[in-house]
Ligand binder design. Sequence first.
Ligand code: DGJ
Length: 323
Amino acid sequence: MKSLRSILLVSALSLSFLNVSGQAPNDKWLDTDGHFINAHGAGVLFHDGTYYLFGEIKKGKTWLVPNQSWEDYRVPAGGVSCYSSKDLKRWKYEGISLAPVKGQPDNDLDTGRVIERPKVIYNSKTKQFVMWMHIDKKDYSYSRSGVAVSDKPTGPYRYIRSVKPNGQMARDMSVFQDNDEKAYLIYSSENNNTMQVCLLSDDYLSPTKTYSRILINKRREAPALFKNDGKYYLITSLCTGWSPNAAMYAVADNPLGPYKEFGNPCKGSGAETTFEAQSTYVLAVDGKYIFMADRWNKTNLEKSTYLWLPLTVAKDKVEIRGE
Ligand code: DGJ
């Protein structure tokens, strides 16, 4: 119900594509076949007039990894789904864009592993679609970024490998493509204490040696980076497992930083828990922005839902208004 109010709010702010017959991110966000959309930790690629939504497929029984000092709930890694839409209202299921593998515990894509926060960008030089994602073991000790490619936006994507950029840990991540076509990997590193931003190679398939440390010792995750009027805005969450917490944003003149930290962009009731959600992506649409977030159901991850809200930037100030 709360989410439905958010849809109406979004509509009032002229992002009317979020308000069609309930076909918007709420508890009953359905694809054009009437099935629940299964795309968590998602990102969106806009290519040739179509939006492509990529996200984690969470399906199956949730279990708690024993002997962890934090709430390490897991569900089988189901690979990465893809949905397409022309209008951000109707989403067509395009299938599994990156399939998991079964019974190969040493394989990065095994269902017993972690495949999270997939993000896809298009490389106009190689004409390849490049997917980056967080790859991990069930205790999150592996801490790597995985990369896959396809010559079609919907896939299937061919998994290449996982890396530790410059030997650094990489957990929650995102990818940002600038107007000059340089692309960056942003990831929680150094045991989640500090984030890093790393310039990708021209083909987007490898990290380069150019990287920076940002939000040092701030323990941030769930990065979502976007650009507005020449400045770079990075929204992150605190690290509290699957439980929601207050978001924070930071602003820079360059994707690599330095970033100046500001407070919580969320305003109104529920702002201190990001309206019970966690950032995953900021989608730019015709000069407006949609803040995309996950509402995790930690003891039944398959039942996790979504929250999309309008995001505004005025005089460097980011605001996400709740319900
Ligand atoms: C919070 C992260 O943002 C999620 O992507 C996931 O890794 C969970 N932590 C695991 O607890």
